[in-house]
Write a protein that binds this ligand. Structure first.
Ligand SMILES: *Cc1c(COP(=O)(O)O)cnc(C)c1O
Length: 353
């Protein structure tokens, strides 16, 4: 295997999977393990399953194709498009939905294949990404119940994704009220009340999550042990699940100030340099085609990122205490957004160890 290499630490990942499941199960909430950000690494899916995950969530149906033989429920997170309905029925068990036209197509295809596809109807409670409006709920439920080939498995909400709306007693309570009303009015049972993503974990931790919420879809909380709006670490989770290993391709002492007439960089940016004399500069094999610089952080605090271009990242290693050589490796932490980019790059090697 070569570099750049995204390394997933199996032991720490399993620890996080188990801890999030433990926290949620204590409130009778099932965890859908969201692995979409890895871009589909089969060994990673296996770690989640080994850790006890019964449902895996991906946003892109392609990621499920390799998982066909894995014994786990497959949940499609991004509402399906009409053009991918065949694959959705073939490779997933359940999908989040908000458009009746698409649900009708799912129904037709499921009937033709002799299967029943589960759907979770998404309701928009203010975050303004996917979801039907509350006032349309009855109409939707009525129409879905008329269809064969699809089973209304539950209702759900997504928060803190687009609008940054935080899960509260009000919006989650509203979801629960809507579900109860639907169950009563239509004399049906909704198996799943899906109360959002990692941003709902803080309500589980402080014991205020609505008791009727019985499912959460957790990505970041498992991978990083954090959640953007919950500033603290989720107790007993590891921050050391991911690392990015980059290979040194140039190591030289050079000036800190570009020499010559200064125009714009390759990205059309004006760059401001401070002349601090000669420094030890190191180029590692990775660039903005792989990851944004702001999503990279050297593990060793004595290494500083100076900048980068599409294929090169330039480091100041003047204060680095350890030995460095051409062909050597420097390790970095990455952000959630960084993982998204690396996960989908064909230039990045991925290893679970
Ligand atoms: C990505 C996604 C999630 C997981 O979000 P995290 O914040 O990483 O937990 C949950 N639900 C949907 C619909 C998603 O698209």
């Amino acid at each position: 295997m070569g570099y750049p290499k995204l390394v997933v630490n199996k032991e720490n990942l399993i620890k996080n999977v188990k801890e999030i499941i433990r926290i949620c199960n204590a409130e009778e909430i099932e965890v859908c393990g969201v692995t979409k950000c890895y871009g589909g690494i089969l060994d990673v899916e296996k770690v989640y399953i080994e850790g006890g995950i019964k449902t895996i969530g991906h946003a892109r149906v392609d990621n499920f194709k390799e998982m066909k033989n894995l014994d786990v429920k497959k949940l499609l997170l991004r509402i399906p498009s009409i053009s991918e309905v065949e694959d959705v029925i073939e490779y997933t068990d359940i999908s989040l939905n908000s458009e009746i036209k698409t649900i009708r197509e799912l129904s037709k295809t499921a009937i033709s294949k002799g299967v029943v596809h589960d759907i979770i109807l998404m309701v928009d409670l203010g975050d303004l990404r996917e979801g039907i409006l509350k006032n349309d709920l009855d109409e939707y439920v009525k129409n879905i119940l008329l269809l064969k080939g699809v089973n209304l498995k539950g209702i759900g909400v997504n928060l803190t994704c687009f609008g940054g709306v935080i899960p509260t007693d009000e919006n989650l309570g509203e979801l629960v009220e809507l579900s109860e009303r639907v169950e009563k009015d239509f004399s049906i049972k909704l198996d799943i009340i899906s109360g959002g993503n990692s941003s709902s974990i803080y309500k589980v931790l402080d014991g205020t999550i609505n008791k009727k919420i019985n499912s959460l879809r957790i990505g970041e909380g498992i991978i990083f042990g954090t959640e953007a709006s919950y500033k603290q670490r989720i107790p007993n989770t590891s921050a050391e699940v991911l690392s990015l290993e980059l290979e040194v391709i140039e190591l030289k002492e050079k000036g800190s100030m570009p020499k010559g007439e200064i125009g714009l960089s390759a990205f059309g940016e004006t760059v401001n340099y401070k002349d601090i004399g000669k420094i030890k500069r190191c180029i590692v094999k990775c660039g903005r085609q792989d990851i944004d610089l702001e999503d990279l952080k050297p593990m060793d605090e004595n290494i500083k990122i100076i900048g980068g271009s599409s294929d090169h990242t330039i480091l100041d290693v003047s204060n680095y205490k350890k030995n460095l050589e051409i062909g050597g490796i420097i390790k970095f932490r990455i952000t959630y957004k960084g993982l998204l980019a690396l996960g989908t790059s064909k230039y990045v090697f991925k290893e679970v160890k």
